[in-house]
Design a protein around this ligand. Structure first.
Ligand SMILES: CC(C)(COP(=O)(O)OP(=O)(O)OC[C@H]1O[C@@H](n2cnc3c(N)ncnc32)[C@H](O)[C@@H]1OP(=O)(O)O)[C@@H](O)C(=O)NCCC(=O)NCCS
Length: 163
């Protein structure tokens, strides 16, 4: 299977929204409440939000394509403390465990020349993602009480890899 990687274009916004909503619903069906999932999909995963992210210059933004269809995405922001923070790293169902997540992460790291570390937050119940990041050399550096999510229930951890 041939997978192509490139920077995200503004014209990807609609397709990206579609892929990300499907991936979120698949990943978090048993982790987040359906109300919270609906809210995230309608507030944060809209084509408008992906368009805004595609225009950001202080961020890393890539897609993985299979036959011109988006099957993976990474979006990470540079923080003021000199780290690159992964906001989204998602691979579509049907394309998991084929090295796409690892390659997207590598593209992000290659762009993070000046960053001292790469960081993220992951829900403790998201075992696949936790195992993935552990396999990529990330270590748990603290708790993430998911206050940004304002959904109370799921707890998470902050992970970091020094670059
Ligand atoms: C996390 C995610 C991006 C990983 O992407 P992926 O393309 O499936 O992962 P890769 O094929 O690059 O995996 C690389 C290595 O990570 C580890 N790994 C990946 N998925 C794993 C899983 N489900 N269970 C255990 N280890 C896993 C393995 O060591 C794997 O190497 P191997 O397949 O040779 O054993 C993907 O599972 C995903 O999109 N999950 C849903 C969204 C999500 O949770 N994103 C993270 C939010 S913080």
């Amino acid at each position: 299977m041939t997978i192509r990687f490139r920077a995200t274009f503004e014209s990807d916004a609609e397709a990206l929204s579609h892929m990300m909503i499907a991936s979120w619903r698949n990943t978090y069906a048993t982790i987040l409440s359906s109300t919270k999932l609906d809210e995230i999909c309608t507030v944060w995963l809209t084509p408008e939000k992906f368009l805004q992210r595609a225009r950001k210059t202080d961020a890393v933004n890539f897609v993985a394509l299979h036959e011109e269809k988006i099957v993976g995405h990474i979006f990470a922001k540079f923080s003021q403390i000199g780290s690159l923070h992964i906001v989204y790293l998602y691979v579509a169902k049907g394309f998991l465990r084929q090295g796409i997540g690892e390659r997207l992460l590598k593209y992000a790291i290659d762009k993070a020349e000046k960053a001292k570390s790469i960081t993220l937050g992951v829900f403790s119940d998201n075992l696949a993602a936790f195992d993935f990041y552990t396999a990529q050399g990330f270590k748990v550096v603290g708790e993430d009480n998911a206050k940004d999510w304002q959904c109370g229930d799921p707890t998470g951890v902050k992970m970091e890899r020094l670059l």
